[in-house]
Design a binder for this molecule. Structure first.
Ligand code: GDP
Length: 595
């Protein structure tokens, strides 16, 4: 960084961590770290809003200004979830208001689960006898004849997946903040996610029954985090509630309807059917059962549905009370049977005309996913390479999880002692708790290894780690942990290879063998050719192939090497386009250890 503190940078209203890093020419990991210092957990592909980006930019000595949006909305369309785009494409006249879809976020123990229960029960008391027995990951409540849909999956794999994909299933976020605890890291994370998804936030100021509740202090903190309460002239509704004593629940529901009225929450019930998979599980007797949230159109029993990369004829649908239904319109969650396989939470689903179309869409999605994963790999490799070339210190990124705070400190100290020379250990964060999906997502984004001490990896985290190629290492003895990391560090002092030319041969003739494999009949013109060497096939000035020798023969005999002046047959591994006049250059890679 130059010490001139006034470099200017234009930042759009929303920017991904990756793009911001590129625009400032710093490593995305540095940005992720700065965000973490500010209590925002973001992965490299996540988008952050202008305000957040500007703060980070300032820390790197940039003066940020808001980049003006281009007049057309085209630029944005790529980021809009498919279902929103589809609704936007509907004929204006066909759109009618639909129930708002609400999700509850907040710091652990601030009362998300209690609040969801309180809302559900309050509603049952008002109407339905018998209560809701089914848990399908979403439910609906009614206030003054209007419906509100709640996603009942906080902290759940569904939600992580939806957030990670920016799927933005919800129209409104209710942010639970405990009045006795205030704004905490996950509160900030939730604010960042809601802002990134441009979803309005209502604050449920929970636990106001507690003697040590301090609502004013929380409101102040909220203001500092961009959520200025409306009573203080801001735009954020802050509703005092007690989930435990069931107070303020109706006020909260009213606030939700008010915000809904001011948002464009509409859909076309007669339009194309599209929505989001909330969760899915395998039922022993029913087979795959998925909870789908319809977002446009009306889903009906018998429809052919493509969800993610699976499809099926819907055999039966149930509402959140477990009652069989034939139809589900916009914002209605239903649990469905009939899919061939389990879709993933956060996947989009849609209704198609035929099985053929379903298969075509699935193939397209698989192809797209394959390309994206390749592109991503390439990007991260390029990134690493660029950092190496720029001569920046090499880093081993670690995410550390331990059972108790008391274990963290000694481990961090030990690890810091290990950092030596060129390679640094970079602890992205050290926290207590089991290894979660969130850890894996961040590890994947920042090419980190996760080490756990006296903790376990959640099953979902393991699965994700496998898919993302993230390594999770668990220990119960500190020195084993540090010893292993030390070994890993030594391994990272990867030998550097230098190329050493050993010989050249010119192709005089080309023979085709039985299976179409071709052999170059050559004369060695310089040095020697070895069977275990690397080769480069030159045609004029062009390199047409780089690879290895598959076979080396001298008069029908396999040989290990052939010296200058001799003739030999050379086969190349996985390459047959050999022509007379080509030159085969042989070289070996020699190790040169660093340090
Ligand atoms: P979550 O982790 O956000 O889902 O939080 P929970 O709903 O599990 O609540 C955490 C703890 O706070 C539990 O012990 C609840 O009983 C308690 N709690 C939740 N809401 C209230 C409330 O309004 N008042 C009081 N006094 N305690 C509450």
């Amino acid at each position: 960084m130059s010490d001139n503190g006034h470099k200017k940078i234009e930042i759009p209203a929303m920017i991904s961590v990756r793009d911001l890093a590129q625009n400032m020419d710093v490593s995305p990991i540095q940005i992720i770290k700065k965000l973490m210092n500010n209590g925002v957990m973001a992965s490299i592909n996540q988008t952050i809003d202008y305000d957040t980006a500007a703060i980070v930019a300032a820390e790197f000595g940039f003066e940020a200004s808001l980049e003006r949006e281009p007049a057309s909305e085209e630029k944005e369309s790529g980021e809009v979830p498919a279902w929103r785009q589809m609704i936007a494409d509907e004929d204006e006249k066909s759109l009618i208001p639909r129930p708002p879809v609400v999700t509850i976020l907040g710091h652990v123990d601030h009362g998300k689960t209690s609040l969801l229960d309180a809302i559900r029960n309050a509603n049952v008391a008002a109407g339905e006898a018998g209560g809701i027995t089914q848990h399908i990951g979403a439910y609906q409540v009614e206030l003054k004849g209007r419906q509100i849909t709640f996603l009942d999956t906080p902290g759940h794999a569904a939600f992580t997946a939806m957030r990670a994909r920016g799927a933005q299933g919800a129209d409104i976020v209710v942010l639970v903040v405990a009045a006795d605890d205030g704004v905490m890291p996950q509160t900030k994370e939730a604010i960042a996610h809601a802002k990134a998804a441009r979803v309005p936030i209502i604050v449920a100021l929970n636990k106001i029954d507690k003697p040590n509740a301090n609502p004013d202090n929380v409101k102040k903190q909220l203001g500092e985090n961009g959520l200025v309460p409306d009573e203080w002239g801001g735009n954020t509704m802050v509703i005092p509630v007690s989930a435990k004593q069931r107070q303020g629940i109706e006020d909260l529901l009213e606030a939700i309807l008010l915000v809904a009225d001011n948002s464009d929450i509409r859909a076309n019930p007669k339009g194309a059917v599209i929505g989001t998979v909330i969760e899915a599980q395998l039922d022993k007797s029913k087979g795959p059962v998925a909870t789908l949230l319809v977002q446009n159109g009306t889903l009906e029993t018998g429809d052919i549905v493509v969800a993610g990369t699976t499809f099926g004829h819907l055999r039966a649908m149930f509402d959140f009370r477990g009652r069989k239904v034939q139809k589900a319109g916009p914002s209605v969650p239903v649990s469905v049977m009939g899919l061939d396989d389990l879709p993933s939470a956060g996947d989009l689903f849609q209704v198609v005309e035929s099985e053929r179309e379903a298969r075509r869409i699935i193939l397209e999605r698989q192809e797209k996913a394959r390309k994206e994963s390749m592109a991503q790999k390439k990007a991260s490799l390029e990134e690493l390479f660029a950092r190496f070339q720029a001569g920046q210190a090499r880093e081993l990124n670690l995410i550390l999880k331990a059972d108790v705070q008391g274990s963290l400190e000694p481990i961090v100290n030990e690890l810091n002692n290990l950092s030596k020379g060129e390679i640094k250990i970079n602890i992205l964060y050290a926290e207590t708790g089991n290894v979660s999906e969130n850890d894996v997502l961040l590890a994947s984004a920042s090419q980190a290894i996760i080490v756990g001490f006296n903790v376990q990896a959640e099953v979902s985290a393991r699965r994700l780690a496998e898919a993302e190629g993230v390594s999770i290492r668990l220990y119960d003895i500190i020195y084993r942990l540090t010893e292993d990391i030390e070994k890993a560090l030594k391994g990272m002092l990867a030998p550097e290879f230098t190329e050493k030319a050993i010989g050249k041969a010119v192709v005089l003739q080309v023979f085709t063998l039985s299976r179409g494999n071709r052999i170059a009949g050559c004369k060695v013109t310089e040095g020697e050719v070895r069977r275990n060497s690397k080769v480069r096939l030159l045609r004029g000035k062009d390199i047409v192939f780089e690879g290895e020798v598959a076979s080396l023969r001298h008069e029908k005999e396999d040989v290990r090497e052939m010296r200058q002046g001799f003739e030999c047959g050379i086969g190349l591994k996985n390459f047959n386009d050999i022509q007379v006049g080509d030159v085969i250059e042989c070289y070996v890679l020699e190790k040169t250890r660093l340090e």
